[in-house]
Write a protein that binds this ligand. Structure first.
Ligand code: PDD
Length: 283
């Protein structure tokens, strides 16, 4: 077996790993997921991510089929079996396999899938040194995006709009003209030495990277303001960033036609990234 994945209690060849056609994740997006980063074969912020998985499961009224320690055991096994030095772990829990019917099925075991992916170490560094471009687009998602569900069609469409506009990420705009977050990341601007990001609510995912970054910057006595920001704020921003488990802290150099600062990676990007890296818990 070369690449190995975990499907419902079994380790199997990645190429052959599959779930049934009537899995509710497949038919209804009836499930939740987490993405964990791996650096030097260690899991980053495991506790934050696994606790959020439990929170998401609770919100969709699904009892976890595994204990927290079992998830950790299988994730660590996959890191080893796939020789992951740098990369990510994707973990998904759905309401299981049952004949298509909207209401919850009875006596059905949830499906658990875990996938491990290697990512070349220099991929992030290269992207970081260039900075990324962002395209704004309307936030078309449902009203509970604080739950990390499989219901990802709106962010998929938003990311595609970004890519078609030669950008790396989409920033989603709410009905009042404020940025909620990225299609798969949290959004930040830096203005007059204050880092600004939208406060936690039902309209953003409470990023684990976001939480760790805020904690680490507060220790350094850097100014952080949790408030919504709009395109007018972006026009006068000195720097901008996204954060996520896969991008850590990533500088943004352009939003639509707006050049951020002088259009190059700003001087605080490295500081914020290092601060985050120092603060994360490794497992
Ligand atoms: N996405 N906001 C959204 C909508 C996200 O999908 C993500 C993460 C984040 C950042 O959360 P965290 O820092 O906990 O990764 C914010 C993951 C990486 C994904 O779907 O691939």
């Amino acid at each position: 077996m070369s690449r190995v994945s975990f499907v419902n209690g079994m380790y199997c060849d990645y190429k052959l790993a599959s779930v049934h056609i009537e899995d509710r994740g497949y038919q209804f997006a009836d499930g939740v997921y987490e993405v964990f980063a791996v650096i030097n074969s260690k899991l980053i912020d495991y506790d934050g991510h696994i606790n959020r998985l439990y929170k998401s499961l609770k919100e969709i009224k699904l009892t976890s089929p595994l204990a927290k320690e079992s998830y950790l055991f299988h994730i660590k096994n996959l890191v080893k079996k796939n020789y992951i030095n740098n990369g990510l772990i994707y973990l998904q829990v759905t309401r299981g396999v049952s004949k298509r019917d909207f209401k919850f099925p009875k006596n059905v075991k949830p499906s658990v899938v875990i996938i491990a992916n290697s990512i070349p170490k220099d991929e992030y560094e290269k992207k970081f040194s260039r900075g990324i471009k962002v395209k704004t687009t309307q936030d078309l998602r449902w009203k509970r995006v604080d739950i990390k569900t499989l219901n990802l069609l709106p962010p998929v469409l938003a990311k595609q709009i970004a890519v078609e506009n030669k950008c790396d990420e989409a920033w989603l705009i709410d009905d009042k003209g404020f940025i909620t977050e990225g299609s798969s990341s949290n959004a930040w601007i830096l203005k007059n030495n204050t880092l600004i990001t939208r406060p936690v609510s039902n309209s953003i995912l409470n990023g684990i990277t976001r939480t760790s970054l805020i904690k680490s910057l507060k220790l350094k006595k850097l100014k952080i303001k949790e408030r919504p920001f709009n395109l007018k704020d972006i026009k006068t921003a000195d720097e901008a960033f996204i954060t996520s488990a896969t991008q850590f802290v990533m500088p943004v150099i352009r939003v639509d036609n707006i050049k951020i600062g002088n259009g190059k990676v700003g001087k605080n990007a490295e500081l914020f990234k290092n601060s985050y890296m120092e603060a994360v818990q490794l497992k």
